[in-house]
Design a protein around this ligand. Structure first.
Ligand code: BEZ
Length: 244
């Protein structure tokens, strides 16, 4: 059940951690009111903050999110943005982006995912998006990846000066879903199609058993280091929805 927004006290309302339920809130957005995360049950969500409307790095990020929204939707993932600006600022900025801004091959970009107004910084504070050492009146570039049950699964933070890497955001989303679906872990710089690690870290017993009786395609360099192939096509078949 969603509860109305409560006054935020950072000492009694710590920022979420991995594995925590995503904090609930009700907010006005450019697409109407949302009840979060309730409205997104059954879907993955990327909830992200940006420092301010009408700023250049944020503009490039919004155009990229808009251009690549379908790639996230393919993995059942909705996008929800937030800044501490008001709704009229959001609307005017998104109109300017559509009418005037060209970035790389992107132009005429329409942002159709919700952008939250958070003038009182209630949501930003609750999610730990305000980092006073960076800026006490703006949100940093935070990214929360939230699963279909409403659990926080990954958090990424970027400073004001650095635009996000969208290939990495997609990689995190697909990596989490691959781990869930196939019971594996993914190594450094993993990309779909590369070998995966079995079993996930923390369950070494199974790897030891595999060492003495390995599956044909499992390679174990030592009891703690076993990998197996996982073809990209198999991942696509299991995970991708929107693009099929
Ligand atoms: C930008 O998005 O360009 C930006 C926003 C806040 C501070 C610095 C840069």
């Amino acid at each position: 059940m969603t509860v109305p927004n409560q006054p935020v006290n950072s000492s009694t309302s710590p920022m979420p951690r991995l594995g925590d339920p995503a904090p609930e809130f009700v907010a006005n957005t450019t697409q109407g009111e949302i009840h979060f995360p309730e409205d997104y049950r059954g879907r993955w969500v990327i909830l992200f903050s940006h420092p301010a409307d009408f700023t250049p790095v944020c503009t490039t990020e919004f155009m990229t999110f808009a251009a690549r929204e379908g790639e996230f939707a393919r993995y059942n993932c909705a996008l929800v943005g937030l800044s501490v600006d008001g709704l009229y600022s959001h609307i005017a900025w998104l109109r300017t982006i559509k009418e005037k801004i060209r970035f790389r091959d992107y132009e005429g970009m329409e942002v159709s995912f919700p952008l939250i107004e958070d003038i009182g910084m209630k949501v930003a504070t609750r999610y730990g998006m305000i980092m006073p050492g960076e800026d006490s009146t703006k949100a940093v570039r935070a990214v929360f990846v939230i699963d279909p049950k409403g659990t926080v699964r990954a958090m990424l933070y970027y400073p004001l000066s650095l635009g996000r890497n969208f290939d990495e955001l997609l990689r995190v989303l697909v990596g989490l879903q691959t781990a869930d679906q196939f019971g594996v872990a993914t190594p450094a710089d993993w990309r779909p199609g590369e070998r995966v690690i079995i079993p996930p870290a923390g369950s070494c017993g199974t790897a030891k058993e595999r060492m003495s009786n390995p599956d044909a395609d499992v390679e174990c360099a030592d009891w703690f280091f076993c990998t197996k192939p996982l073809p990209a096509a198999e991942i696509e078949l299991a995970l991708a929805t929107g693009g099929r």
